[in-house]
Design a protein around this ligand. Structure first.
Ligand SMILES: [Zn+2]
Length: 182
């Protein structure tokens, strides 16, 4: 999937988990989730993170290829280790946000034709599940909406008052900028 789809799915998922009272949302958690949502594609030189970090993405792409090691259970094990380190360092929520984004990325890529080499490096077979859309195609946009609707729908079902709070926040924000001009 494209970077923007991954970011949207990651942010929707972390919002749903915050609504379910797993942890509080903060700008730092949202930023960590967005980075986690984009991180697996560091193995592709044309990806959102791969372009600025070309000195990482080019060698990775040349050696292990795209959607292999960074889209595997092994990568998730390393991410879990990173979360444990973040926990020990006192920034557990940021670690959870990153992990949620990372897991959501792999989950979303499993719904595309290209799939993910989940068992890399032991097995290079690609796994993909229905509806297996083409990355960047209209199909991706078509499945994105129900995914976001489902995730945010579950969040609303779990905790409608969370969204009341968000709505009130949005209603009050314009007043911050309501400075009379004379
Ligand atoms: Zn990917």
């Amino acid at each position: 999937m494209m970077g923007r789809s991954h970011t949207l799915i990651g942010l929707a998922t972390v919002t749903a988990l915050a609504a379910a009272n797993f942890w509080p949302l903060s700008p730092a958690v949202l930023a960590a989730t967005a980075i986690g949502s984009l991180a697996p594609d560091i193995d592709h030189p044309q990806s959102t993170l791969g372009r600025p970090l070309f000195f990482v993405s080019y060698p990775m792409n040349a050696t292990i290829g795209h959607r292999t090691g960074t889209h595997s259970f092994l990568a998730l094990a390393f991410c879990t280790l990173a979360v444990l380190i973040a926990e020990a360092a006192g920034c557990a929520n940021i670690g959870y946000g990153f992990l949620v984004g990372y897991v959501a990325h792999i989950g979303a890529d499993l719904l595309t034709i290209e799939g993910c080499a989940l068992l890399y490096p032991w097995d290079r077979a690609r796994y993909a599940f229905w509806p297996a859309v083409q990355t960047g195609s209209l199909g991706e946009a078509v499945i994105l909406l129900p995914i976001l609707g489902l995730v945010l729908g579950i969040a609303y079902w779990l905790n409608p008052s969370f969204f009341d709070a968000a709505r009130q926040l949005r209603l009050h924000v314009p007043f911050l900028f309501h400075v009379p001009v004379t």
